[in-house]
Design a protein around this ligand. Structure first.
Ligand code: SF4
Length: 499
């Protein structure tokens, strides 16, 4: 008997097979849109290492998880800001946004219009299913007039967005619309977008049969298919006639295809003529005009950066909170701790800041969580270590000092009171020591050195490197002396305690 041969599916290369079967309902057009994108990518000749896909929340948003590319399933409505950040940080990437109408045109609507206006070089595929499918079929900004949804049970009275018209009005240089029943044209449009320099927008009409279809006589696939197939396909469609009505054929085609300098190109031309712009992608700082098109990262392609031998292993996330008055440099200290842990010790770190309403002087805090494993929340709820540099900040944040934790203070400026006995208080006259060094403003760096001597979760080498990279040019010597002063004070204190 001949053994059956199991062949790879032609699309396997770009799919995460372990995630299949997908969650989409039978009859949903999402599969055909994803399939067209896979085909377009395969024909594009792009190096898939330089392609990233970003999606938001909703049924369409699941696509990012199914594609075997660098992909981000981001927060609701924020796919475009993530994609914009990716493209600006690494212009070599081809960045695709694959998301739904609810995500892109409702909660993310503002991002969509401004990305089109700026002409950010991202490729946006918006699958318009006419409602919020994943959450049960509520009406949204693209629900056609008179259509029934769970929130428009008598028929929608609002005029829906004509998305292609909106994008054209915002200045998008490439705008097209097809339906999920037109895979061939979808693939062609996606291929053109992948080559286009600038913001490209493709709307794919794919009504949700499960929630929208069953309330609008489109539940049966043959009815849905008939509705889509009656679309009018034109070589040069008139965008003013592209409104969608449930009882009329949908106008499809390529509405806009013109040349306009992309956001990055315009930025480079205008700004780099006036200021020096550097490229940091390779080994160091290279003036942008001298930077290679590809970064000089060939140093060790694909090889993870070397983990330092002195890297502290942090079994459970350590929560750190620094508090002081505005202007004391609390934010900078938090940033240095986070950078030291994440960049130089190769651990994980998250960093957040909070300010009082005053521009200067009110109590402010920065919070850092560090761990060797995953960190699941950015919020410091029960600090293990608190550093407080002023009485006003103590009064505000004393409530966060929990039993058994460590409290580091400026001993001249903070009078701790009403604390549980189990709190370990460690004090340094950081402001006075800074004044002795000649500059009171480096009191934060003195206390940072003290913190480094006492806290085992970040290596000294990492803190020194992070400090050097975070302080303004011309202040290195003073800051390094301040750090050393605090560090030596802490070490001496430890030795005396040990005796
Ligand atoms: S709920 Fe609607 S949009 Fe979501 S997968 Fe099902 S058919 Fe598709």
């Amino acid at each position: 008997m001949i053994e059956p041969q199991i062949l790879d599916h032609p699309k396997d290369l770009l799919l995460r097979k372990e995630r299949i079967p997908h969650i989409w309902c039978p009859g949903c057009g999402l599969g055909s849109v994803l399939s067209a994108l896979v085909d377009a990518l395969k024909s594009s000749g792009l190096d898939f290492k330089n392609v990233a896909v970003v999606s938001g929340i909703g049924c369409t948003g699941r696509a990012a998880g199914y594609l075997n590319l660098d992909s981000f399933h981001t927060t609701h409505g924020r796919a475009i800001p993530y994609a914009t950040g990716l493209k600006l940080a690494n212009p070599d990437l081809t960045v695709i946004v694959f998301s739904g109408d609810g995500d892109l045109a409702a909660i993310g609507g503002n991002h969509l219009i401004h990305a089109a206006r700026r002409n950010v070089d991202i490729k946006v595929i918006c699958v318009n299913n006419f409602n919020y499918g994943m959450t049960g079929g509520q009406g949204g900004p693209t629900t056609p007039r008179l259509a029934r949804t769970t929130t428009t049970i008598y028929g929608n009275t609002e005029k829906p967005f004509n998305l292609v018209h909106l994008m054209a009005a915002c200045g998008a240089p490439y705008v097209a619309r097809w339906t999920s029943a037109h895979p061939h044209y979808m693939k062609i449009a996606m291929g053109e977008m992948l080559k286009k320099d600038g913001f490209s927008f493709l709307e794919v009409i794919a009504p949700c049969p499960t929630n929208f279809g069953r309330r609008n006589k489109l539940r049966e696939i043959k009815l849905l298919q008939r509705f889509l197939e009656q679309a009018i396909l034109e070589a040069q469609p008139d965008i003013a006639k592209a409104d969608i009505e449930l009882d009329s054929p949908i106008l499809c085609g390529k509405f806009v295809d013109l040349e306009r300098p992309s956001y990055l190109a315009a930025l480079k031309e205008t700004v780099s003529a006036k200021v020096k712009v550097y490229d940091f992608r390779g080994d160091g700082r290279v003036p942008l005009e001298e930077a290679p098109v590809k970064p000089a990262a060939a140093k060790a392609p694909g090889k993870p950066a070397e983990v330092p031998s002195e890297r502290p292993i942090i079994q459970r996330p350590v929560q750190i909170k620094l508090a002081g008055l505005g202007g004391q440099g609390i934010g900078l200290c938090g940033l240095i701790i986070g950078r030291a842990a994440a960049i130089f010790d190769h651990n994980q770190a998250v960093y957040t800041q909070e300010y009082s309403p005053e521009a200067r002087g009110g109590a402010s805090a920065s919070s850092i969580i560090i761990a060797s494993g995953q960190i699941h929340t950015p919020y410091v709820t029960e600090p293990d270590i608190m550093v407080i540099m002023a009485q006003g900040a103590y009064n505000k944040y004393q409530k966060d000092v929990r039993p058994g934790s460590r409290l580091i203070i400026d001993k001249d400026l903070v009078r701790p009171k009403d604390l549980p006995d189990s709190v370990q208080i460690q004090a340094i006259p950081s402001t006075r020591l800074a004044e002795e060094l000649g500059q009171k403003v480096v009191a934060n760096i003195v206390i940072l050195g003290f913190f480094t001597a006492l806290v085992p979760h970040i290596s000294l080498a990492a803190m020194q490197k992070a400090l050097k990279g975070s302080i303004p040019k011309g202040t290195e010597e003073l800051n390094l002396r301040a750090f050393e002063t605090g560090y030596n004070y802490g070490k001496k204190m430890q030795e005396e305690e040990a005796v």
